[in-house]
Design a protein around this ligand. Sequence first.
Ligand SMILES: Cc1cc2nc3c(=O)[nH]c(=O)nc-3n(C[C@H](O)[C@H](O)[C@H](O)COP(=O)(O)OP(=O)(O)OC[C@H]3O[C@@H](n4cnc5c(N)ncnc54)[C@H](O)[C@@H]3O)c2cc1C
Length: 483
Amino acid sequence: MSKHFIVVGAGVGGLGVAMRLAHRGHRVTVVEKTDAVGGRNRREQVGQSRFDGGPTLLMMLDPFKKLFADVGEDFDTRVPNRLCDPSYRVFFADGTRFDGTTNVPVMTERIRAMSGDAEAAKYPGFLSELKALYEESIPHFVRKNYRSLWDFASPAQLKRVLQHHMLGNLAKRIKQRFQDKRLQMIFSFQTMYLGLSPNDAPWVYATLAYMEYGEGIFYPEGGLGSISDTMAQIAQEKGVQIRLNSPVEKIEGRRVHLVGGEIIEGDVVVANADMPYAQRELAAAAPKRNLRYSCSAHLMYIDYEGDLEGFEHHNVVFGADFDGNLDAIFHNLRLPEDPAFYVCISKRSDPEAAPDGRINLFVLVPCPNLDCPMDESMVNQLEGQVFDRLAKEGGFDRTKVREIKRRGPNEWRNELNLERGAAFGISHDLFQSAFMRPQNRSKSNPDLYFVGASTVPGNGLPMVLISAELIEERLIHEGVIPA
Ligand SMILES: Cc1cc2nc3c(=O)[nH]c(=O)nc-3n(C[C@H](O)[C@H](O)[C@H](O)COP(=O)(O)OP(=O)(O)OC[C@H]3O[C@@H](n4cnc5c(N)ncnc54)[C@H](O)[C@@H]3O)c2cc1C
C-alpha cells in the first residue's frame, strides 16, 4: 500500500530517499528550509562567476550510477561527466609541484622523479593494497545497516578487519610505507574530506586515497550542482512535491510542524537535516551520548579578474608543517600558522563558469568548528596567509578581486543548521564509524528515520547516497514498505 513520506531537507541525502520512495509508488513531500535544493551541494553565483557551493570533487561513481539505475535512469546520460586528469596539482612548501593521476605508469614515474626509485617501486603494490581494502570495506562495512554487534563482529567480519588492518592508524601506516614526507602527505590528507585528521583516522579511510588514485576525480557538466538539480528534477518527474522556503520547527510522531504553523501529517518522517540538530532541535530528543564533531571549512568564492598561473582545476596547497596544521585544527583548536588549503578553478574544465578574463576562484581552508569560534581578526589573519601563499605560487593580486563571498562555521550553522558549524557533520573517528556511528532510525520516535552525512555510513556525496540506499533497505526490512 502506498504511504506518505515526509522528508525534512532537500540535501543530496533527502533527494536520494525521495527518488527511491517515489519510484516505488509512494507519495513523498520534501520540505526544505532554504530557497534551493542541494543543501551543502548547491550552486553559488558571486559577481560574474558560478561556483559549486561546497563539494567540488565527484568521486566513487558507483552509488550515483546505482541510484539512477534503481529508479530507471542512467547517470551518465542525465549528468554527463568526465575524468579530471591530472586529478589535482599539489603545491609543497619546498617549491615542488606534483600532479596526481589515475594512470599508474605515469604516477609511478612522477613519484620516481620527485622521490626516487625506492619510493616509486612501492606505488603499484600500495595501490593494489588500497584496492583490496576498498573492495572489502565498501560492501561489508559501508553498505550496511547494523542491527546488532554481530553485524560488525561476526567471525567473517573480524577476519576482514584483521586481514586488511582496517582499525590500524592511517597516518602511522602511511609513514611506515613511504619515507618521503611529501608522499606521506598526498596519500593521507584525504581524510580531511571527512573533516578528520589522518593522525586520528583508522586505516579503513585509506579507501579515500584509492577513490582518487585508483578510480579518479570526475567533473559533471555544469558543476556538482547539476547532480542535485537533476536529482530534484527526476524526483519531481516521479511525483515528489518539493517545497522550498519551508523550514521545519518540530517533528512530533508522524507530524511535521512548519515555521508559521502549518502541520503536515504523513506515515513516516525522514530527517535529512543534520542528525544531531534534527534530534535535539526538531525531535526534542536528547542525544544518548556526547558526540564528537568534524572540523569546519572557511570558504571563499572569489570572482577574480585575471588568472592564477600554474593552478589546475583542482589544487592542494600544503604548508611547511602538516602535522602542526592538523594539531592546530583538531586538537589545540586554534588557527593553523601555515595553513594547508584547497583551491578549485572549475573554469579550467567548464569555460562557462566565468566570463573571459575572469576565473571562479574557490578556496577552502579547513578550520576549527564553533568549539573555537573565529573572530574577525582571526579570519583576516587566515585569509592573509592564504592570499600571501597564492601570490607566491600563482601571482594572486588582491586588487583583482572583483567580488568575494565567504562561508564559514557560523554560516554552516545558521544557513544549513549544521551542528557546531561542523561542515562535515559528526566526526568519523573510530568510535563514530560503522556500527558505532549513530544509526538511521530514531530511538525515541519509531516513525522517524535519518538520512545524511551525520548518520551511517558518513560524509561525502557517495556516502550520503548510500545512506539513502540504507533507508530504503531498512524500511523494507522492518516491513514499513514491501520489497
Ligand atoms: C566545504 C565542503 C566541501 C565538500 N566537498 C566534497 C566533495 O568534494 N565531494 C564530496 O563527495 N563531498 C563533499 N562534501 C560533503 C558533502 O557536501 C556532504 O556530505 C553532503 O552534501 C551532505 O548531504 P546531506 O544530504 O547529508 O546534508 P545537507 O547537504 O546538509 O542537506 C540537509 C538539508 O536540510 C535542510 N534543513 C536543515 N534544517 C532544516 C529544517 N529545520 N527544515 C527544513 N530543512 C532543513 C538544509 O537546508 C539542507 O538543504 C563537502 C562538504 C563541504 C561542507
